[in-house]
Design a binder for this molecule. Structure first.
Ligand SMILES: Cc1ncc(COP(=O)(O)O)c(C=O)c1O
Length: 369
């Protein structure tokens, strides 16, 4: 029997046993681990939530299938209202996309359409940058500090006469670092007087840090990007959003085929229901933290450098390992991130379930034995 199949069976039987997590029953989580895996791999690559979608989201999606012959306009509007309320804003401050990637695509168009320049740190989430550069934008990348944090003064220095936008992912993917909230707020206040700030908060729900959404009520130059793909466990459903001043939302809507066109009825239903499933996501955060702490202990015991993470992944260095780290893990059925920084071989792992992390831990110990 394959490792993953065994793992799945083990998880299912644990589920049937009705374990408790602290004082909370994990019955809700049980349903998330009875789905047959699509293939034999343990996926620790893309910062997905291994427990989601939430029980309420699953139910809502099933019901929405029946309504899928109709466009989901009304439901999308209701979701925008619901999201707006969470941030003391209105539906007019919210744009919906098929994942926040769709909205990052609009960010790319926004900088490229007048061949503007943007500043982005490196390393950070960068998939969308290719589109911006292909369409004619230019970019300056700024190095991270020694401890893998953003260098805000360096970003400011990189601004040119043609700069239109600064991209900041907080917490950062792949390093998991977070900016000091007060320093970041000052930076946003200052920079947004002249430039658009695209602030990517894909992982902020894993922290207790404040969102920069407070800026958008009065400031047209702040776009806060959010997704249901990470904590909310809906990566495959494809739904994300951004918060901005209504005038900015209108501008970004005008770059979509029609406003908020991208998300399906099932994705909208799942997203809306997820927002009502706080207990489930508290459990996910708690489990993520438990596994993250175990991971830190593992790396400490093996003298492996790592960066403390404010998210559901950890950035660590395999400089002591001479072989191909990713390939060796793959031989053990583990799909993990590749090397991001060649020097010192920094790489990233997504935190999975307890059983998945046990397989990873065993593999790491074997590989470094
Ligand atoms: C920082 C960051 N932003 C945005 C995304 C895109 O997420 P999605 O398009 O699934 O909403 C990701 C996905 O990995 C990410 O890490």
């Amino acid at each position: 029997m394959s490792t993953n199949r065994r793992l799945w069976l083990k998880q299912s039987s644990l589920a049937l046993a009705g374990l408790t997590l602290g004082s909370k029953s994990i019955t809700a989580l049980d349903q998330t681990i009875t789905a047959t895996p699509a293939d034999d791999f343990i996926r620790l690559t893309s910062n997905e939530n291994p427990y989601g979608p939430s029980p309420k989201a699953r139910k809502a999606m099933s019901e929405a299938i029946l309504r899928s012959n109709r466009y989901p306009w009304d439901d999308t509007t209701k979701l925008r209202e619901k999201i707006g309320k969470r941030f003391n804003l209105t539906k007019d401050h919210v744009i919906i996309g098929a994942g926040s990637s769709e909205i990052l695509g609009l960010v790319a168009q926004y900088v490229a359409r007048d061949k503007s320049h943007f500043v982005a740190p490196d390393n950070t989430f960068r998939i969308w940058r290719r589109a911006a550069l292909d369409l004619g934008a230019t970019m300056t990348k700024t190095d991270l500090t020694q401890d893998k944090k953003f260098d805000l003064p360096a970003m400011e220095k990189a601004i040119t006469g043609n700069t239109k936008l600064l991209y900041i992912c907080n917490p950062n993917n792949p390093t998991g670092t977070i900016l000091d909230a007060a320093a970041f707020k000052n930076f946003v206040t200052e920079m947004s007087s002249k430039y658009m700030l695209a602030i990517d908060e894909a992982y902020l729900e894993y922290t207790k840090q404040p969102s920069m959404a407070d800026f958008v009520a009065s400031n047209k130059n702040v776009l806060v990007l959010k997704t249901f793909s990470k904590l909310f466990g809906l990566a495959g459903a494809r739904i994300g959003y951004a918060l901005a001043h209504p005038d900015t939302i209108k501008l970004f809507n005008s770059m979509q085929p029609w406003p908020n066109a991208g998300a399906s009825a099932t994705a909208v239903a799942a997203a809306s229901a997820s927002l009502d499933d706080a207990d489930f996501f508290d459990m996910v955060i708690q489990k993520n933290q438990v596994e993250k702490n175990k991971l830190y202990s593992l790396y400490q015991s093996l003298n492996m450098p790592y960066i403390e993470s404010y998210s559901n992944f950890v950035y660590y260095s395999v400089s002591a390992y001479k072989g191909d780290w990713q390939k060796e893990l793959e031989k053990r059925n583990l799909l993990c991130g590749g090397i991001v920084e060649e020097k010192e071989k920094w790489t990233r792992i997504t935190i999975g379930t307890e059983a998945e992390m046990a397989v990873y831990t065993k593999a790491v110990k074997e590989m470094l034995a």
